[in-house]
Design a protein around this ligand. Structure first.
Ligand code: 5GP
Ligand code: ZN
Length: 114
């Protein structure tokens, strides 16, 4: 199984060929702000390995999907007041445009740090 796809924009973020500010990093996941935010908080959480969508990730690397969920939960706790959406667009008809598995963390509230 290919762990990286040279034509994939998220693999280029993983390899640092595209510079992006990370909001979280674990052994097998990375998180960063969506370049075109659709909500006050719009973060993307990705596995470092290339899997085309969440179904492939669940099938081929379920422990990494668990790690991704944990990263998303930590970010939701840090960046939102606890109300948020966790979204995996899967397939072009469902709006998936980047075919490297990713979760959107979306919230129209930002955690009050005070
Ligand atoms: P999808 O539509 O595949 O579920 O989500 C892909 C998301 O990736 C989109 O919301 C899009 O704005 C975001 N995106 C695409 N290219 C880049 C990029 O180079 N950097 C960042 N930070 N986000 C990107
Ligand atoms: Zn990729």
């Amino acid at each position: 199984m290919n762990m990286s796809d040279p034509g994939c924009i998220f693999c280029k973020i993983v390899s640092r060929d595209i510079t992006t500010e990370f909001v979280a990093e674990t052994s097998n996941t990375l998180a960063f702000r969506d370049i075109a935010p659709l909500a006050d908080v719009h973060l993307l959480v990705i596995p470092k390995q290339h899997h085309r969508d969440v179904l492939e990730l669940a099938k081929n690397a379920p422990s990494i999907l668990g790690e991704l969920m944990n990263t998303a939960a930590n970010l939701a706790n840090t960046y939102t007041n606890g109300s948020f959406k966790l979204q995996f667009n899967t397939g072009a008809e469902a709006g998936q445009t980047v075919f490297h598995a990713h979760a959107h963390v979306l919230a129209d509230n930002v955690k009050d740090a005070s």
